[in-house]
Design a protein around this ligand. Structure first.
Ligand SMILES: [Zn+2]
Length: 63
């Protein structure tokens, strides 16, 4: 089960192939090679990466 690396919520919605959205803290998550990449959607609709905020082991996706 996917868990948000930012808020630890499991309230994750699927928005595309390997793309997810956290309904708790409103960030976008994408899965690539077993690692969760995190993005924040800015007001103008662009995505900025939040990956710098997390250690790699926090972003690892364990199925
Ligand atoms: Zn979250």
């Amino acid at each position: 089960m996917l868990k948000c690396p930012n808020c630890q919520s499991k309230d994750i919605g699927k928005i595309g192939i390997n793309q997810f959205y956290c309904w708790n803290c409103f960030i976008e998550l994408s899965l690539s090679k077993g690692v969760i990449n995190t993005h924040q959607v800015e007001e103008d609709g662009t995505l900025s990466s939040l990956d710098d905020l997390f250690e790699e082991n926090e972003r690892r996706y364990l199925s």
